[in-house]
Design a protein around this ligand. Structure first.
Ligand code: P6P
Length: 349
């Protein structure tokens, strides 16, 4: 007989405990977070049987990003659309899979919340059985319901009230923060519950891992080439990395090509993920609202930092829903150093 897990706390009870920190809370955010955990269980079931049924491969359509839409992308987006805001809490939904925002019916609720999500990031990896993920951010609307619009949607990450991601890997994990630490829950499929497995996650101050697609090196700026060279050979401004035993002066490289997977590993072990701009993509590839800002909120609540090379990701007010940004995210010491190297090159005086 296996021993019962020491801590049988479900994510629902954890979220309820957080709600008790806010005596005036209406319970709407709690309900919304529970909607998201339910949606991720439904998506997890489908992702984990991919390959067994005809849900692999592309639909033949292109999304607003000009990328091939995978069947599971569509499915995951539909699940989020159907499961979120069941009590009228959500007045605007933005999805990486939809060109325009969606305005749900709020007649039976307050419409207090705005949710932006990437329903299935890294989905091109599904066909080769690599982990993929969901990323979400939750803001509070600023206007009266009658005047809902871009001022409510295009908010900086600094104003997030909660954010999180789900990683569909060797196990399905739900990691979130509502401003009181970062907590990870692992799905026990036998009971259909997310159980607390990583309480109060803190990212190591220094990295021992760097994650970047080095195939683009010829298209980077000279200072970015120097940054990655120093990550390999050891930073000129640092002594040998005592915190990376056996790694000598530099770090080890890990790049899965699935942002949630690379981010999650770096969060737990200490690492820095880089998606620099290139000559073709001056703004980088990753989306500010549905990828960079939610993960920046998570990493800052875990003691890390996220930058676009000039400023904190959380300080950027989006110009548009699908705005892209360069992204450097992970262990605080290394991301601050990268931001210094990049901003000095941009403004050498
Ligand atoms: P590249 C997946 O398409 C994604 O948005 C992230 O999940 C991933 O980190 C990145 O793009 C990979 O991009 O250009 O290295 O293939």
């Amino acid at each position: 007989m296996s021993q019962p897990p020491k801590n049988l706390q479900t994510i629902e009870s954890h979220i309820m405990n957080l709600q008790s920190l806010h005596p005036n809370a209406s319970g709407e955010l709690t309900g919304l977070l529970n909607d998201i955990t339910f949606a991720s269980k439904v998506i997890s079931r489908e992702v984990n049987k991919a390959g067994l049924v005809d849900i692999l491969g592309a639909t033949g359509d292109e999304n607003v990003q000009g990328e091939q839409v995978q069947k599971l992308d569509d499915y995951a987006n539909a699940v989020f659309m159907r499961c979120l805001g069941t009590k009228g809490q959500v007045s605007i939904m933005g999805s990486e899979e939809m060109a325009d925002p969606y305005y749900p019916d709020t007649s039976n609720g307050s419409g207090n919340y705005v949710v932006v999500f990437d329903p299935l990031d890294g989905s091109s990896n599904i066909d080769v059985n690599v982990s993929v993920g969901t990323i979400f951010g939750i803001w509070k609307k600023k206007s009266r319901l009658a005047n809902i619009g871009d001022v409510d949607l295009l908010q900086p990450g600094r104003d997030l009230v909660a954010a999180g991601y789900v990683i569909y890997g060797s196990s399905t994990m739900f990691v979130y923060s509502a401003g009181h630490g970062v907590h990870g829950f692992t799905l026990d499929p036998s009971i259909g519950e997310f159980l607390l497995s990583h309480e109060d996650i803190k990212i190591p101050f220094r990295s021992c891992i760097y994650s970047v697609n080095e195939a683009y090196e010829p298209k980077w700026s000279p200072e970015m080439r120097d940054v990655v060279r120093q990550l390999k050979y050891g930073r000129a401004t640092k002594t040998t990395r005592q915190d990376a035993p056996g790694k000598g002066a530099g770090m080890t490289a890990r790049y899965i090509g699935s942002l949630v997977s690379d981010f999650h590993r770096n969060l737990l072990k200490g690492g820095v993920y880089l998606y620099p701009p290139t000559m073709e993509k001056a703004e980088g590839k990753l989306r500010l609202m549905c990828e960079a800002a939610p993960l920046a909120y998570i990493v800052e609540n875990a003691g890390g930092y996220a930058s676009d090379g000039q400023q904190s990701i959380l300080e950027i007010t989006p110009r548009k829903l699908h705005q892209r940004v360069p992204l450097y995210i992970g262990s605080r010491d290394d991301v601050l150093w990268i931001e210094k190297m990049v901003s000095q090159a941009a403004d050498p005086i």
